[in-house]
Design a protein. Structure first.
Length: 215
């Protein structure tokens, strides 16, 4: 990226780098900025600094504020009783929701719906492994649980149209209905990214294969 920008500037005869013959310092300065800027942003977001609010950057404190009622609801907390990929479902949906919120905000999308819909996308209260045992095709859970999650979400929370689409379409393309909103695509992608992350953790750390409800 730095190299391309430098070449574009250098190819312009009126560029200021030609007037000062300062090629090397300019390249070093530009490279330093490109490398340090994302690091500075990440540090600010990690520390939930006031700059996050001023610059409209994603922050964990904002995410928690937007989703507090869901995260602390007694029924939703029951997701901790059900093992998912490497930990409980609660752990999975929080990861999906935060990643979806993060990228939606960076892209100028509806990050509130992404956060809340992301949390509720797997709001089914049963052991899906046990459910699959009685399914000879082993595919019903994947197709049914988005609607079960939506029904549960509607019982306890106010769900808008976008959040509903996020919840019911997150298994696309396994479920044939295509997401309507960009936020739905983001949650669907982050769900798959999170699943990969969780299975990698399972390979790297064997303790994740022996999960118990008390963890």
């Amino acid at each position: 990226m730095t190299f391309i920008l430098y070449v574009l500037l250098y190819s312009n005869p009126t560029s200021f780098i030609h007037f000062h013959n300062n090629y090397l310092p300019f390249l070093i300065g530009l490279s330093s900025f490109v490398l340090l800027f994302p690091i500075i942003i990440i540090v600010l977001m990690k520390n939930n600094a006031p700059f996050c609010s001023i610059l409209a950057l994603p922050s964990l404190s904002e995410f928690n504020s937007l989703t507090y009622d869901i995260l602390n609801h007694n029924e939703f907390i029951k997701l901790k009783d059900y093992f998912h990929h490497t930990h409980h479902i609660y752990d999975h949906v929080v990861r999906v929701a935060y990643l979806s919120y993060f990228f939606s905000k960076l892209l100028g999308l509806d990050y509130v719906s992404s956060a809340r819909g992301g949390l509720l996308h797997d709001f089914f209260l049963y052991d899906w492994r046990e459910r699959k045992k009685g399914d000879e095709h082993r595919s019903l859970h994947g197709k049914e649980h988005p609607y079960i999650a939506l029904n549960n979400a509607n019982l306890y929370f106010h769900i808008n149209e976008k959040e509903s689409d996020i919840i019911t379409k997150h298994m696309y393309p396994k479920t044939k209905e295509r997401p309507i909103y960009a936020e739905s695509f983001i949650v669907s992608i982050m769900d798959k990214v999170s699943t990969v992350i969780e299975y990698i953790k399972r390979v790297v750390n064997k303790e994740f294969t022996s999960y118990t409800k008390t963890q």
